[in-house]
Design a protein around this ligand. Structure first.
Ligand SMILES: Nc1ncnc2c1ncn2[C@@H]1O[C@H](COP(=O)(O)OP(=O)(O)O)[C@@H](O)[C@H]1O
Ligand code: SF4
Ligand SMILES: [Mg+2]
Length: 322
């Protein structure tokens, strides 16, 4: 089956003055299949939003390739592939035109992709989309200023659904919302996944959100994926020292409580990442060898589909077992 989104050895660097660069995403390979929710988790600044923008074709990789619905992501990406993968950003206030009605904004993809033959048909479809995200149809006549943050995020989800996508890339979809509202948006995403069989690439630094939605999880550290696998296994028995530290910082899996990640130590600079394993300055298991070699992300023996990038994986996991 063709993956909805596929990243193959993707690196993205932002140029800075004096020939310096930000190493935002380094050698990332990922795929999102139909109906799957792949959560990408990690601390702020580790490259999640850059990855999200690469995955929908808003950014072009410095090296490596991105395929969207089987097609190479280039400015010439077909209309069909563009429709197939939609984007929902963290901030619904900036995502919607404040001067236009909600109905206008939700109806735009219907126009752009010529999905409705008449104006009447478009209005009916907008009403249906608003109902699908739990909003009254008469919200179509309102403007963004008149409604709450949680409702606005529902509007941006309705607009994404208008294109009848097969996948939605959600960049921190609940980060700007209150705790109680977050839970209702998480439940909406669960319901929509069930009823529409849509795949999600869910970018989040809130692990409790990932726990509730993810079928697979990729853990990012300073631009690289350090662990990747089925959500139940990664959350149930984290393997990489960074994942272990990250999960230890979030003791209660509860979608109604806002849990921010508080990993001990400073996140190193993305302009001058530490040599070797980038986690070594904060890793309790680091040895001198960890400064010399970048660990490859390898599949764990006896755990199909689980990957970790640690030079000392065998020793650490063995020590944990005895
Ligand atoms: N347009 C940009 N120009 C330069 N650096 C950027 C730009 N956007 C993001 N960065 C840097 O790239 C790194 C990754 O950022 P980002 O992808 O936003 O991470 P996250 O979403 O995980 O917080 C950070 O160091 C950030 O400061
Ligand atoms: S390679 Fe070394 S520094 Fe990196 S996670 Fe493994 S033990 Fe820690
Ligand atoms: Mg971000």
């Amino acid at each position: 089956m063709t993956p909805l989104i596929e990243l193959d050895h993707v690196t993205h660097r932002y140029p800075l003055a004096r020939r310096r660069v930000v190493h935002a995403v380094e050698d990332v390979s990922l795929r999102l299949d139909a109906g799957q929710t792949l959560a990408v988790v990690g601390e702020s600044g580790c490259g999640k939003s850059t990855l999200a923008r690469l995955a929908v074709g808003l950014l072009t990789p410095t090296t490596g390739s991105v395929r969207i619905s089987g097609e190479p992501s280039t400015p010439a990406l077909s209309r069909t592939a563009r429709r197939a993968v939609q984007f929902v950003s963290q901030n619904p206030w900036s995502a919607l035109n404040p001067r236009k009605t909600i109905g206008h904004s939700v109806g735009l993809p219907l126009l752009a992709h010529k999905l409705c033959a008449t104006k009447g048909e478009r209005s009916r479809r907008v009403a249906e989309l608003l109902e699908q995200v739990g909003l009254p149809a008469d919200y179509a006549r309102r403007r963004p200023a008149g409604i709450s943050g949680g409702e606005l995020q529902r509007v941006t989800i309705a607009r994404a659904l208008a294109a009848r996508p097969r996948a939605i890339v959600l960049d921190e979809p609940t980060a700007s919302l209150d705790v109680g509202v977050t839970a209702t948006v998480v439940n909406l995403l669960l319901d929509l996944r069930e009823s529409l069989d849509v795949g999600y690439l869910l970018i989040t630094h809130e692990l409790d959100i990932a726990r509730h939605l993810a079928t697979r999880v990729a853990v990012m550290y300073l631009g690289r994926i350090v662990e990747h696998g089925p959500a139940a296994e990664v959350f149930g028995s984290p393997r990489h020292p960074y994942t272990r530290t990250l999960l230890a910082a979030v003791p209660v899996p509860d979608p109604t409580r806002r849990q921010l990640i508080a990993v001990p130590g400073e996140v190193p600079s993305s302009v001058h990442p530490p040599p070797g394993c980038a986690f070594h300055p904060r890793c309790p298991h680091a040895t001198a060898a960890c400064r010399d070699e970048v660990p490859a992300l390898v599949e764990l023996a006896g755990h199909a589909g689980r990957h970790s990038a640690c030079l000392r994986d065998q020793e650490i996991s063995h020590a944990a077992d005895v």
